[in-house]
Design a protein around this ligand. Sequence first.
Ligand code: AMP
Length: 115
Amino acid sequence: MSEPSIFTRILDGEIPGEIVAETDRVFAITDINPQAALHVLVIPKSGEYRDVAELAAGDPSLLAEVVDLANRVAAERAGGEFRLIFNTGAGAGQTVFHVHAHVLAGDLQEKSLVG
Ligand code: AMP
């Protein structure tokens, strides 16, 4: 078994984090290093998928739940228009290997990448 990810530790209350929304299988937290006016991470509660490619292959309905919660958070907090980014692989800027979507909204003119 690998160590629990930082997101699992936040979900379990072991380290602080601001959970802004959740469903049975997915939760959303405020990114500690925001890159836009709204920067939330939407994360499956299960840490079994490392990245979005694994998630899409292994549980497409869970990927759809991630997108749905991203849409809901953006609707509630940023007028409903948002950018959704999945860094996939270290070379693409992924640092936490527990799949997560970056939801970015507001103040995006000069922001094209996360990571
Ligand atoms: P990535 O680089 O795509 O793997 O994204 C990881 C994200 O997790 C980065 O945007 C970090 O700012 C964010 N992050 C790391 N530690 C925490 C934490 N303790 N609470 C909230 N966000 C975090």
